[in-house]
Design a protein around this ligand. Structure first.
Ligand code: IPE
Ligand code: MG
Length: 234
């Protein structure tokens, strides 16, 4: 969810107004997502590196997140959205942790969409934590992913589509393991302006991609000639 600050600055508003508009954007996207067949949506709200920002902005984001969650519980229940929060909790304000616990407990049986909010989240840190939990045993992919799921609470399923708004083309420490074969869509749209139509466009682009996971195109597999060095390189 990138571009809140620039969206606000461009309009002469304080950056926090951009974060507030961004929370409304998230509400719209959560509403629209199930119509496109999305079953899990992870939104990157605050990274471990975002603590570097000025204290006023960090405090305002923490307050906004608590308000958003408190406001949202009835709507999440009505729309059958299960909420999980991934990331560290030990540095969050107690009042925010309390509302996270409440929202997670209240929505735990909801089954239409799984909304995961990443707050104080770092992909590298979650990999390190999961690796630590594997300590003393062989680190197989399966065991590592179980530990990653435990670390994230909200699971460790592979990401199919990653959408980054705000014009930057980087991962910024988001779900690094889970994005191994994610399709990436970058848009210049600032997050407060991102809506259902943008989601539709990104999903249409995703559907046009051929996902091969390291394999060759399915249509080619049966027609590949036997490799012959002489024939192809001379
Ligand atoms: C994304 O918007 C929200 C957070 C990282 C909290 P930004 O705050 O990064 O907005 P820009 O990139 O400065 O426009
Ligand atoms: Mg940014």
């Amino acid at each position: 969810m990138d571009g809140n600050g620039r969206w606000a600055t461009d309009r002469g508003f304080p950056r926090i107004a951009g974060h507030q508009a961004g929370s409304e954007s998230l509400r719209r996207v959560v509403r629209a997502a199930p119509d496109f067949g999305v079953s899990t949506l992870t939104a990157y709200a605050f990274s471990c590196d975002n603590w570097k920002r000025p204290a006023e902005e960090v405090d305002a984001i923490m307050a906004l997140l608590a308000w958003y969650l408190a406001d949202e519980i009835p709507r999440l229940l009505a729309d059958r959205v299960r909420l999980s929060v991934i990331g560290r909790r030990d540095r969050l304000p107690e009042s925010l942790v309390a509302i996270i616990d409440e929202a997670e407990a209240a929505t735990s049986a909801c089954d239409k969409l799984h909304l995961r909010l990443a707050i104080d989240y770092s992909g590298r840190e979650s990999i390190l934590t999961a690796t630590g939990l594997c300590a003393g045993r062989d680190v197989t992919t399966e065991r590592f992913e179980q530990m990653l799921a435990a670390t994230n609470r909200g699971g460790s399923q592979p990401v199919d589509l990653l959408i980054r708004t705000g014009g930057e083309q980087r991962l910024s420490d988001f779900l690094l393991w889970e994005c191994a074969y994610a399709e990436l869509v970058f848009t210049r749209r600032m997050w407060p302006e991102f809506g259902g139509q943008d989601l539709a466009k990104a999903i249409a682009a995703f559907r046009r991609r051929e996902r091969r996971f390291g394999d060759v195109p399915a249509a080619l597999a049966s027609r590949l000639p036997t490799y012959s060095r002489e024939r192809w390189l001379h």
